[in-house]
Design a protein around this ligand. Structure first.
Ligand code: ADP
Ligand code: MG
Length: 170
């Protein structure tokens, strides 16, 4: 039996500005990943280990979509710093660098792994996406989509300057 790590911090809510990544060409693979700044990554609770998670995501005041997020070691910092990269399961008309991305990490899928080929990596990510789609249909998980964390952002006045602060337990 596979033993999944127990993570008391899930579901975990956070938001931050979408920054440029290190151009590993995720988009060319058909799987763009929106990167969070270090400030967001540094606030991750200790029990949220590296690996792949599924959850919900929303860009600016837009719709809430399913997502997969990878928490891993950032090669840019010689693997001394973590990175958080979100693939939103939705086709966007354009890039959203500089926008606020709000996410809730709902469940853990698997640890990080290295792959022998690009094809194997893409197949694994596509498997994660399918897993996320199924898991997020569970009633307890669907509920999180309607959370105030997302709907509260859908107001007529612009969000305050605190929109980039980390919110958990909101
Ligand atoms: P980078 O190295 O700058 O992160 P990527 O190739 O990973 O470049 O592309 C990420 C960017 O693609 C995001 O910052 C966002 O602006 C855009 N993008 C478009 N569609 C999506 C999507 N479905 N999920 C995540 N990012 C997306
Ligand atoms: Mg990226």
């Amino acid at each position: 039996m596979i033993r999944l790590p127990r993570m008391k911090s899930l579901p975990y809510f956070c938001r931050g500005e979408v920054i440029r990544g290190f151009g590993r060409g995720s988009k060319e693979l058909g799987i763009p990943t929106a990167n969070f700044p270090d400030a967001v990554v540094d606030k991750l609770p200790a029990d949220i280990s590296t690996g792949i998670y599924y959850g919900w995501a929303c860009v600016g005041n837009g719709d809430v979509h399913k997502m997969v997020i990878s928490i891993g070691w950032n090669p840019y910092y010689k693997n001394t710093k973590k990175s958080m990269e979100t693939h939103v399961i939705h086709k966007f008309k354009e890039d959203f660098y500089g926008e606020t991305l709000s996410v809730v990490l709902v469940g853990y899928i698997r640890p990080e792994r290295s792959y022998d080929s690009l094809e194997a990596l893409i197949a694994a990510i596509n498997g994660d996406i399918e897993e996320a789609k199924v898991q997020l249909e569970l009633p307890d998980h669907i509920k999180l989509r309607e959370d105030n964390f997302f709907t509260g952002g859908r107001r007529s006045t612009p969000p305050s300057s605190s929109s980039q602060t980390i919110m958990n337990g909101h």
